[in-house]
Design a protein around this ligand. Structure first.
Ligand code: ZN
Length: 100
């Protein structure tokens, strides 16, 4: 697998993984459980990272790029089913897949 990008925080990592998996790209989040280590590790080393299969890397990077361009700077919608926040441009909840 290849590292696609670093996410600023765990919710962002999960949102991006949800986006990629909707497109059929298997995605792994690394450093998912390293958040408690902030303060002991250099901060960047504890940021969650998204990894994808090498053959999906170009497509995943393009999706990510398109997503980051289209994402509004602010705004979330709260899922009625699980109470997680998703970006306001999402049609379905990143966490449980319920329509927003
Ligand atoms: Zn939900």
């Amino acid at each position: 697998m290849k590292r696609l990008c670093r996410a600023a925080n765990l919710p962002e990592a999960h949102i991006l993984r949800g986006l990629l998996e909707q497109a059929g790209i298997e995605t792994r989040v690394f450093n998912e459980h390293a958040q408690g280590g902030v303060g002991q590790l250099p901060v960047q080393e504890s940021w969650p990272e998204l990894w994808v299969d090498e053959q999906d890397l170009v497509r995943a990077a393009a999706l990510l790029d398109a997503f980051q361009r289209s994402a509004p700077a602010t705004g979330t919608r709260t899922c009625a089913a699980c109470a997680e926040d998703s970006p306001s441009n999402f049609q379905i909840c990143w966490n449980c897949g319920a329509p927003l």
